[in-house]
Design a protein around this ligand. Structure first.
Ligand code: ARG
Length: 524
């Protein structure tokens, strides 16, 4: 039975008289003879990983102590002493470093509490009244995760901006559009870029949605079964900038679903980035785009090489994120209510990927923003592989031929039209006159009439031209420059909305932190 399993009444007296004797012993005032040593000590400790939530724990301690004082659970002068001790601990960690000040302990919560009691004496033990490390740690993780998610959201906003700017600049730059990595239909660089911005916008909405559930406070749930003390959970939640509380105390300490959905959202985001990185690797390999040297590397032996290493690393981060999500799901599934120590290993899965994903967002955005598109090579390749074939079939269908029959006419001609492309050393689409001849044979074979009897010849020439082909696909969300420009305008408005939401959230957290500081300053 751990100390956190103690009844709520006991929770407030961890540093009572009997504990003050223990204070003189090496085992520390909080753990007594548990966690005193032995082979499992290091294995059980989360102190090193908890560095990430050190600031969060200080904030949670402060909010909790302020609430205890206001609810008259702890005397004001005692609260003042505890709050002063917390300031002192923060300053000491600033000066000497986390490891030097909190060198020993089962976790950061215990280490800070021990350090408070060292400074205040047994009265410092009142800090842990009406709470448990179970609600404490869950609150700390949420408090810290909010910042990290906001960092990612800000990074994604910049990348979306870079994508939209480049998309605007390249709304007319032709690019081969692939399916199965084979030339399929001509598109533009702008259309390709805007497609990834649209995906990132959804990734952002998943993160913003997850944020609403991260931003609820478990504090005051105590070990899992509430407390006899008259705590004000809404006050601590407000002091910490949470939107509300996780109502059910048992749920509040047990759940890490907010981690799971954040990891899921990060996994989806990194999968988007991974696809974008892979496309750029392919495009640079085919000479369509030249990556800035900042985003390329070279070979240690082959001096001529310029490798897209940064993008390959972005691609790989998706594996880490998917791994973290899977690891979390496995750790969490089948856990009994309420607190189990397995939960200690949940947070680090997210900490380990969230920074990597934020960096991957920056790197992918930077690579796109600085990439140099080779418009000529792109245009030449855009018409290759008879990529205008679908447009020709569409034209036949618009002229009254059933689409399936039109498809057959073009399919019969396809191989021969593509075969004509080799004639032109600069690559690109087949010569239109030659293509029309081949299509004519196919039309006779399938329809029993000349292709120019079936369709208007100038319309056919347009359909065979990659530039016209793109311009003609102006359906909503299509690649025609006009359609892309329209999409960019609405994407910009959506981006602005997301930015406003992110900035407002950041501001509200900052505001809460300032209010917490100012309330603390009234006591110390
Ligand atoms: N270090 C622990 C964690 O991260 C804190 C909670 C400990 N609670 C307990 N009942 N042992 O989960």
């Amino acid at each position: 039975m751990s100390e956190d399993d103690a009844t709520p009444d006991d929770a407030g007296t961890a540093a009572g008289d009997s504990a003050s004797d223990a204070a003189n012993e090496d085992e520390g005032v909080v753990r007594r003879d548990r966690f005193a040593g032995g082979p499992a000590r290091e294995f059980m400790s989360s102190l090193a990983a908890d560095r990430r939530i050190f600031d969060a724990d200080l904030a949670v301690d402060r909010a909790h102590v302020l609430m205890l004082a206001e609810q008259e659970i702890v005397a004001e002068d005692t609260a003042g002493e505890i709050l002063a001790a917390l300031e002192d601990i923060e300053a000491a960690v600033d000066e000497q470093g986390y490891d030097a000040v909190l060198s020993d302990g089962e976790d950061v919560h215990e280490a800070i509490e021990t350090a408070v009691i060292e400074r205040v004496g047994p009265e410092g033990g009142r800090m842990h009244t009406a709470r448990s490390r179970n609600d404490e740690v869950a609150t700390c993780i949420r408090y810290r995760l909010r910042e990290d998610v906001l960092d990612v959201l800000e990074a994604v906003a910049e990348t979306r901006e870079a994508l939209l700017e480049a998309a605007e600049a390249h709304s007319e730059t032709l690019l081969p559009g692939y399916t199965h990595l084979q030339p399929a239909q001509p598109i533009t660089v702008g259309f390709w870029l805007a497609s990834y911005e649209a995906a990132l916008a959804r990734d952002v909405s998943r993160l913003l949605d997850a944020f609403t559930r991260i931003n609820e406070s478990p504090l005051g749930a105590a070990a899992f079964a509430g407390t006899t003390f008259d705590v004000d959970r809404r006050q601590t939640a407000a002091l910490l900038g949470f939107d509300g509380v996780v109502e059910n105390a048992m749920d509040a300490v047990s759940t890490r679903d907010f981690l799971l959905e954040t990891a899921g959202a990060l996994s989806a985001l990194s999968t988007t980035l991974s696809g974008m990185a892979e496309d750029l690797v392919v495009y640079s390999n085919r000479g369509f785009v030249d990556l800035d040297d900042d985003y390329a590397s070279t070979s240690s032996i082959m001096p001529q090489k310029k490798n897209p290493d940064s993008l390959e690393l972005v691609r790989a981060v998706a594996g880490d994120a998917a791994g973290a999500h899977q690891a979390l799901a496995t750790t969490l599934s089948g856990l009994p209510r309420s607190y189990n120590r397995d939960l200690q290993r949940a947070g680090p899965h997210v900490w380990s990927v969230i920074d990597d994903v934020a960096s991957a967002v920056d790197v992918a955005g930077g690579a796109v923003a600085t990439a140099d598109w080779n418009a000529e090579a792109c245009a030449a390749a855009a018409g290759e592989g008879f990529s205008t074939a679908t447009g020709v079939a569409d034209l036949l269908a618009q002229s009254g031929v059933p689409f399936r029959t039109a498809h057959e006419v073009v399919a019969v001609a396809a191989e021969d039209v593509a075969g004509l492309e080799g004639d032109d050393p600069s690559g690109g689409a087949a010569d239109p006159d030659a293509a029309i001849e081949v299509l004519d044979d196919a039309a006779f074979a399938v329809l029993g009439e000349s292709i120019t009897d079936a369709v208007d010849e100038s319309a056919l020439r347009s359909a065979l031209d990659p530039v016209e082909s793109v311009a003609s696909r102006d359906s909503a969300g299509g690649p025609a420059p006009d359609a892309v420009e329209e999409a960019i305008a609405s994407a910009k408005a959506d981006l602005e909305d997301d930015l406003v939401a992110t900035v407002a959230t950041r501001k509200s957290l900052e505001g809460a932190a300032e209010r917490l500081d100012s309330e603390v300053s009234e006591y110390v």
